[in-house]
Design a protein. Structure first.
Ligand code: ATP
Ligand code: MG
Length: 387
C-alpha cells in the first residue's frame, strides 16, 4: 500500500460465517483467483491486508466486469485512495459526490474508522464530510433511503473513499471445495451445471464422450468452446475427449434397443469414474434434471447412478428447462449450445426408450455382453485438450 493514492476497487467477500482455518483457505484461494483474473492487466496490483482485499491502479468498467466473474466476491466498489488527512478525505468525497450528483437527490456518508489513533471519529467524519458534500452539490442527506452512498474508511495503512458499487457473483472461490469432473455434452444443461458447481467452489475438469464418426468434429469443437467459456472462471480446465463409438456399436449389437441410453450412460459413468480416480477427483457432475427427458426419471437416474462409484452432483435436478436456459444466456453458453449438433445419446436409440428401467434387467443386459477391453481402451485413448 505504502501511501498509494489513486483509483482502485474494494472487494468484499461473502460467506462470512467461515471461521478459523477455513476462512484463511477461503481468502488465500480468493486472492489467488483474483490475481489470476486480472493477470492480463499490467496496470493493476492486488493487495490484501488485515482481512481486506483491494485491486489498486484502476476502477474502469472492464476491470469491474472481470471482477464480477470471480466467485467468492460479494460486492465490489470503485474507490479512490487518498492521504490520511481530513482535508484529503473531504476533498475526495466531494469530488466523488459531484461526479454522481446529476443522478441523485439524496445521499449519505458511511464512515468507518478502524485506526482508533486517527483524531476524528466516524461520527465526526460523517458530519464534517456530509456538510461539505451538501455545500458543494446541494444534495440532501437521507440516512434511511438515499440514491448515493459514499463510504470513507480510515485504516492503519490506508484511507480511501468509495461509492456504491456492483454486487459480485457471490459463492465460494473456485478451488476451495476441491475438483469435480463435469460430464460436458454439447447441450444447454451440462455447462450450466458446471457453472453452478464452480460457484460452490469446485474447480472443474471435464469429460466429453465423442462418437466419431457418428458425431462429427463440429460436435467436438462445440464442447471445446463451451469448456472455454467455463475456463474464464478458473485457471486451467482440462477437457478429456473420450472415443465412444466402439462402445456404442458394441451395445447396439448386443443389447436390447430400449436399454441403450441407460447402457451408454452407465458406460460413461465407469469411464468418467476411472478418469476421476486417475486424477484424484472425488465427484462427478452432470446436467441432469428430474423428469426432463426419458432418461432422467427417478428410476433411470438410479439405474445410471448404480454404475458410478463416486457421488454424482446434479445441480440442475430441481431446475425447469426455462431456468437453465436463462442461466445459460447469462453465463454466455446458450448461443454455443443451441447450434445444431449430433448427440451421441440418440444414436441407434428407439423412439420410445425405457423410462422405468428395472435395475436387475439392466444389470443382466450388461453382464451378458463380452466387453473385452473396450472400456479400458476408451480410458487409455482419452485425449486431453486444454481450452
Ligand atoms: P445437456 O443439455 O447437458 O446435454 P440434456 O438435457 O440434453 O443435457 P441428456 O442428453 O440426457 O440431457 O444428458 C444428461 C447428462 O449426461 C448431460 O447433462 C451430461 O452431463 C451427460 N452427457 C450426455 N451426453 C454426454 C456426452 N456425449 N459427453 C459427456 N457427457 C454427456
Ligand atoms: Mg444432451
Amino acid at each position: 500500500m505504502n501511501g498509494y493514492t489513486g483509483p482502485g476497487v474494494v472487494l468484499r467477500f461473502g460467506e462470512l460465517f467461515l471461521k478459523g482455518k477455513n476462512r484463511y483457505l477461503f481468502e488465500d484461494i480468493l486472492e489467488r483467483n483474483v490475481r489470476w483474473a486480472v493477470a492480463q492487466r499490467d496496470d493493476v496490483v492486488v493487495h490484501r491486508k488485515h482481512g481486506r482485499m483491494f485491486v489498486l491502479g484502476a476502477d474502469d468498467e472492464r476491470l469491474m466486469h472481470r471482477l464480477g466473474e470471480v466467485f467468492g466476491i460479494a460486492s465490489c466498489s470503485p474507490a479512490v485512495f487518498c492521504d490520511k488527512t481530513l482535508e484529503a478525505m473531504t476533498q475526495t468525497a466531494v469530488k466523488m459526490a459531484q461526479a454522481r450528483a446529476s443522478r441523485a437527490k439524496t445521499f449519505r456518508i458511511s464512515a468507518r474508522r478502524s485506526d482508533k489513533g486517527f483524531a476524528k471519529t466516524s461520527g465526526d467524519l460523517n458530519r464534517i464530510v456530509g456538510a461539505a458534500v451538501v455545500q458543494a452539490t446541494g444534495l440532501r442527506v437521507d440516512l434511511e433511503s438515499h440514491d448515493l452512498e459514499i463510504g470513507i474508511e480510515v485504516g492503519l495503512d490506508w484511507a480511501f473513499v468509495w461509492s456504491s458499487g456492483q454486487p459480485g457473483p457471490g459463492g465460494l472461490p473456485v478451488g476451495v471445495s476441491g475438483r469435480g469432473l463435469l460430464l460436458l455434452s454439447g447441450g444447454i444443461d451440462s455447462p450450466v451445471a458446471g457453472h453452478l458447481m464452480q460457484k460452490r467452489g469446485l474447480a472443474l475438469s471435464a469429460v466429453y464422450f465423442h462418437s466419431f464418426p457418428y458425431t462429427g468434429d463440429g460436435a467436438r469443437d462445440k464442447v471445446v468452446r463451451l469448456a472455454t467459456v467455463l475456463a474464464q472462471r478458473q485457471k486451467e480446465l482440462p477437457l478429456f475427449v473420450v472415443p465412444f463409438a466402439r462402445i456404442q456399436e458394441l451395445l447396439r449389437d448386443h443389447a436390447e434397443a430400449k436399454y441403450l441410453v441407460l447402457l451408454y450412460r452407465r458406460a460413461m459413468m465407469r469411464i468418467a469414474g476411472a478418469i476421476a480416480h486417475q486424477r484424484g477427483i472425488h465427484t462427478l457432475i452432470t446436467g441432469e434434471s428430474l423428469g426432463q427427458v426419458a432418461s432422467q426419471t427417478l428410476a433411470n437416474l438410479a439405474a445410471i447412478e448404480d454404475a458410478a462409484d463416486l457421488p454424482i452432483l446434479r445441480p440442475l435436478i430441481g431446475y425447469d428447462k426455462a431456468e437453465a436456459i436463462a442461466l445459460a444466456k447469462k453465463i454466455g453458453t446458450y448461443d454455443i449450445s443451441i447450434a445444431p449438433h449430433d448427440d451421441c445419446c440418440s444414436l441407434f436409440v428407439p423412439k420410445h426408450p425405457e423410462t422405468r428401467a428395472k435395475l436387475k434387467y439392466i444389470r443382466a443386459a450388461e453382464a451378458a455382453i463380452d466387453w473385452g477391453s473396450h472400456i479400458e481402451e476408451a480410458i487409455e485413448q482419452a485425449q486431453m485438450v486444454q481450452p
